[in-house]
Design a protein around this ligand. Structure first.
Ligand SMILES: Nc1nc2c(c(=O)[nH]1)N[C@H]1C(S)=C(S)[C@@H](COP(=O)(O)OP(=O)(O)OC[C@H]3O[C@@H](n4cnc5c(=O)[nH]c(N)nc54)[C@H](O)[C@@H]3O)O[C@H]1N2
Ligand SMILES: Nc1nc2c(c(=O)[nH]1)N[C@H]1C(S)=C(S)[C@@H](COP(=O)(O)OP(=O)(O)OC[C@H]3O[C@@H](n4cnc5c(=O)[nH]c(N)nc54)[C@H](O)[C@@H]3O)O[C@H]1N2
Ligand code: SF4
Ligand SMILES: [Mo]
Length: 685
C-alpha cells in the first residue's frame, strides 16, 4: 500500500499550524508537522497530532437525515435538497426574507464562508448572516474598528521574537494557542520580559516577570489606572501621539480620576505592581500585547478592547515590528469567516452594508438587489426564533445548543423554528434538534483556504475523497441556490470561488492560489501596494479616517452584570482545556485527548471547598439564576477564593446552562466570562 502526504493546515485553532496529512488507501491515518512553516516551525500540539480522529468517517454523519415523526431518518440528497429549497423559497416569498437566517462555520474554508453569506444575501435576500465570532472576537472587530480602523491582529506571531516585552492579557496561549504559547516561552527564555494579566494563575502567569491577578471583569479600571500613571509620569510616547493620534487630551482628563489607590480598590492590584507594569510597558522599545476571551466575553467587551487600544496608542507600541495589539483569534478560520463578510453589518472585506455604494457594488456583482439594512446577530436570530419571528435557519458547523449562553433558552428557540437545517460532520446537540442534517466534507477532503489569526491566508488541500454522500459547504449552498432558481453559486472548483471573492475584496485583490502556494500563505491586505502581503499593520497611517490618524476613546469601568450575592455567593467564569476543543465534536473521539480530560469539572480553590465541606472530586450541583449543572470538583490554587471556573466542552456537564446572556450593547456579545453561582454537595447516589 502506498503512503502519500498532502500539505494542509490544522483544523483546530487560529494559530494555523502547517500539517501534512498521511494517507493510505483513501484514509487519513496520521498527521505530521511541516518543518519550514513560518508559524509552527515543525511543531504541532496534542490536538493537531490527533486531528485524524476528528475526521474519521467511522465517527461521522455520512448521509443526509430528515426528521419524521420525531425521529431523524435517512433521506436521499435529492429529496432533502428539494424539500429544503421549496420551504426556504416559500418562507422568503410569503413571510419575507427577515424570517430567514444563516449561521456559517468558522471551522470551514473561506470558500465555504463566502458561499454561506452570498447564499443568505443573494438567494434568501436576507441580511441575517452571522457566525461564532459573535460570541468570541466581535468586540475586537468593533472596538479596533473605532480606534484604529481595522479589527485584526496588527502584527504577526513571529513578532514575539523581536519583542522586548510580551503582555498576555486575558488569554491562556499555552493551552489554547499552544504552538504560539511555546513561541512565547522561547522568547521569554531568550530574554524578553513577560507580563500576564488574568484572575486565574495560568501556566504563563507562573513563569511571568510580573503577574497581575486582577479582580474578574476589572479590565477597564486597570487600563485606566495604567494610563493615569503613564500620563502623570510623562511616560507616554509624545511624538507618536502628536503625529498619529486624535483625542489624547480628552483621555488624559478622563483617566485623571483613576489614581493608583482607586485602581487598587477596584482591581485588587497593588499600586507598586501597577507602577512597575506601567513603566515597563511604556519604556520597552517594543512591547507585543496579545489578548483573548478575558477581554472580549463581557457585557463591556467592546469597551474593554477600546481600553487596551488606548493603552497601546498612548505608548506608541504599534505600527512597528515586535509590538502591536493582537487579538488571538480562536477558530482555525474565524478570521476568514469575518473577512468573508459572514457578519450582519459588512460584506466581504469589511465593506459596510450601511454604505449605499457598497450595496450597489454587490447588487450588481451578484445580480440581486441588496437589503439596505444590517441583519440580525446570531443571538438576535435565536430570540427571533423563540418569539416566532424567525421561521427557518441554516446552521453550518456550529453547536449553539451547547456553546451559546443560557442553553435551555437556546434549545427552546431552535425547537420553535419551522425549519432547522444543520450542515455537520458530527451529531452535535444542535444537529439532534434539526429537521434536516446535511453531511459535510471535512477539511482533509476539500480544497480551499483558512485564514489564521495573523491574517495569513493558507491553502487547505484535498488529501482523500469525502465519503460518498458528503459535500463541501459551498457545494451544498450552490445546489440549494440552483433549486431555488438563483444562478451564480454554481462554481465548479474552490479556486473559482476564491477568484470571485478576490475580485470583490480590495484587501485580497492581489491574492491567488498560485501566489499563496509560493510563500506559505499571504497576510492581507494583499493588493497592488502590498503584493507580498502585510505582516505588520499601521506602519505609517491608520485606515480609520482620511487624515490617517488613530483615535483614543474614553471608556468607563463597569462591573459584570451579575455579581455574587447572598443567594449566589460565588463568582463564576468559564475557560478552555488544552486537550478538548469547542463543543468537543472533533476531540472527544480521539482516545488520547479523551484520556487526558474525560469529563467536565468545576475548578475551585481549596479554601472554598473547605467552607462548603467539599474535597477533590466531590460531586456537586452548581446553580445559577438560569439553570443547574451536575459535575465534580477539581481543587486548584490557581483560582482565587470566591471564584470558580468551568470548561465548556462537555455536553454532559454543560456550563452554558448557567451563563448569563447580559449583552455588550455594541456587538451583542454575551457575558460568558462572569456570572454568579451557588455550589452544593451532591450525594453520590
Ligand atoms: N484547547 C483549546 N484551544 C482552543 C479552543 C478550545 O476550545 N480548546 N478554542 C479556540 C477558540 S474558539 C478561542 S476564541 C480561543 C480562546 O482562547 P483564550 O482567549 O485563551 O480563552 P479562555 O481560556 O476562554 O479565556 C482566556 C483567559 O481569560 C481569563 N479571564 C477571565 N476573566 C478575565 C478578566 O476579567 N480579565 C482578564 N484579564 N482575564 C480574564 C481566564 O482566566 C482565561 O485564562 O482558543 C482557541 N483555542
Ligand atoms: N461558556 C462559554 N461558552 C463559550 C465560550 C466560552 O469561553 N465560554 N467560547 C465561545 C467561543 S469563543 C466560540 S468560538 C464558540 C465556539 O462554539 P462552536 O462554533 O459551536 O464550536 P465548535 O466546536 O468549533 O463547533 C464547530 C462545529 O463545526 C463542525 N465542523 C468542522 N468542520 C466543518 C466544516 O468544514 N463544515 C461544517 N459545516 N461544519 C464543520 C464541527 O464538527 C463542530 O461541531 O463557543 C463559545 N461558547
Ligand atoms: S496550536 Fe492550534 S493550529 Fe497548532 S496544532 Fe495546536 S490546535 Fe492545531
Ligand atoms: Mo472563539
Amino acid at each position: 500500500m502506498t503512503l502519500t502526504t498532502t500539505r494542509s493546515i490544522c483544523p483546530f485553532c487560529g494559530v494555523g499550524c502547517g500539517m501534512g496529512l498521511r494517507v493510505e488507501d483513501n484514509r487519513v491515518i496520521s498527521v505530521e508537522p511541516v518543518p519550514g512553516h513560518p508559524v509552527s516551525q515543525g511543531q504541532l500540539c496534542a490536538k493537531g497530532w490527533n486531528a485524524a480522529f476528528g475526521v474519521d468517517p467511522a465517527q461521522r454523519i455520512t448521509r443526509p437525515y430528515k426528521r419524521e415523526g420525531g425521529h431523524l431518518v435517512p433521506v436521499s440528497w435529492d429529496e432533502a435538497l428539494s424539500d429544503i429549497a421549496s420551504q426556504l423559497k416559500d418562507f422568503r416569498d410569503n413571510d419575507g426574507p427577515d424570517s430567514l437566517g444563516v449561521i456559517s462555520c468558522a471551522r470551514a474554508t473561506n470558500e465555504d464562508n463566502y458561499a454561506a453569506q452570498k447564499f443568505a444575501r443573494a438567494v434568501l435576500q436576507t441580511p441575517n448572516i452571522d457566525h461564532c465570532a459573535r460570541i468570541c472576537h466581535s468586540p475586537s472587530v468593533a472596538g479596533l474598528a473605532q480606534t484604529l480602523g481595522s479589527g485584526a491582529m496588527t502584527n504577526s506571531m513571529a513578532d514575539v521574537e523581536q519583542a522586548d516585552l510580551i503582555v498576555v492579557w486575558g488569554a491562556d496561549p499555552t493551552e489554547n494557542h499552544a504552538v504560539f504559547g511555546g513561541r512565547i516561552l522561547r522568547a521569554k527564555l531568550n530574554g524578553a520580559k513577560l507580563v500576564v494579566v488574568d484572575p486565574r494563575q495560568t501556566r504563563l502567569a507562573k513563569l511571568a516577570d510580573l503577574y497581575l491577578p486582577l479582580t474578574l471583569g476589572s479590565n477597564i479600571a486597570l487600563t485606566n489606572g495604567l494610563l493615569h500613571l503613564i500620563f502623570r509620569e510623562g511616560w507616554e510616547d509624545k511624538a507618536f501621539l502628536a503625529a498619529r493620534v486624535d483625542q489624547v487630551e480628552a483621555l488624559k482628563q478622563h483617566v485623571a480620576a483613576w489614581t493608583p489607590e482607586r485602581t487598587a480598590a477596584v482591581t485588587g492590584i497593588h499600586p507598586a505592581l501597577l507602577r512597575q507594569f506601567a513603566e515597563l510597558y511604556a519604556r520597552s522599545p517594543a512591547a507585543f500585547l496579545c489578548y483573548g476571551m478575558g477581554i472580549t466575553q463581557f457585557a463591556c467587551g467592546t469597551n474593554n478592547v477600546i481600553a487596551l487600544s488606548n493603552l497601546v496608542l498612548a505608548c506608541g507600541q504599534i505600527g512597528k515590528p515586535g509590538a502591536g495589539i493582537n487579538p488571538l483569534r480562536g477558530q482555525n478560520n474565524v478570521q476568514g469567516a469575518c473577512d468573508m463578510g459572514c457578519l450582519p453589518n459588512v460584506y466581504p472585506g469589511y465593506q459596510p452594508v450601511a454604505d449605499a455604494a457598497v450595496r450597489e457594488k454587490f447588487s450588481r456583482a451578484w445580480n440581486a438587489p441588496q437589503p439596505d439594512k444590517p441583519g440580525m446577530t446570531s443571538l438576535a436570530m435565536m430570540h427571533g426564533a423563540r418569539d416566532g419571528a424567525m421561521r427557518a435557519m441554516i446552521i453550518a458547523g456550529e453547536d449553539p445548543a451547547l456553546t451559546d449562553p443560557d442553553q435551555t433558552e437556546v434549545a427552546r428557540a431552535l425547537k420553535k423554528l419551522d425549519l432547522l437545517v444543520v450542515l455537520e460532520m458530527h451529531l452535535t446537540e444542535t444537529a439532534k434538534l434539526a429537521d434536516y442534517i446535511l453531511p459535510v466534507a471535512a477539511f482533509a477532503e476539500k480544497d480551499g483556504t483558512f485564514s489564521n489569526c495573523e491574517r495569513r491566508v493558507q491553502r487547505v488541500r484535498k488529501a482523500v475523497e469525502p465519503p460518498a454522500d458528503c459535500r463541501t459547504d459551498w457545494q451544498i449552498f450552490g445546489e440549494l441556490a440552483r433549486r431555488i432558481g438563483v444562478r451564480g453559486l454554481d462554481w465548479n472548483t474552490s479556486e473559482a470561488v476564491f477568484e470571485e471573492m478576490c475580485g470583490l475584496m480590495p484587501i485580497f485583490s492581489a491574492m491567488s492560489y498560485a501566489r499563496i502556494d509560493e510563500c506559505h500563505g499571504l497576510q492581507w491586505p494583499c493588493d497592488a501596494e502590498h503584493p507580498d502581503g502585510s505582516p505588520v499593520l499601521h506602519q505609517t497611517r491608520f485606515p480609520l479616517q482620511a487624515n490617517g490618524r488613530a483615535r483614543m476613546i474614553c471608556v468607563e469601568a463597569a462591573e459584570p452584570a451579575e455579581m455574587p450575592d447572598a443567594e449566589y455567593p460565588l463568582a463564576f467564569t468559564t475557560q478552555r482545556l488544552h486537550f478538548h476543543y469547542g463543543c468537543g465534536s472533533m476531540t472527544r473521539c480521539a482516545p488520547v485527548l479523551e484520556r487526558e480530560t474525560p469529563e467536565g469539572l468545576l475548578f475551585m480553590h481549596p479554601d472554598d471547598a473547605i467552607a462548603l465541606g467539599l474535597q477533590q472530586h466531590s460531586p456537586v450541583t452548581i446553580y445559577s439564576r438560569r439553570g443547574e449543572v451536575d459535575t465534580c470538583v477539581e481543587l486548584t490554587p490557581d483560582l482565587p477564593p470566591g471564584l470558580v471556573s468551568m470548561p465548556y466542552h462537555f455536553h454532559e456537564a454543560p456550563c452554558n446552562r448557567l451563563t448569563n446572556t447580559a449583552q455588550d450593547p455594541v456587538t451583542k456579545m454575551p457575558e460568558l466570562k462572569a456570572c454568579a453561582v451557588r455550589v452544593e454537595k451532591r450525594s453520590e447516589a
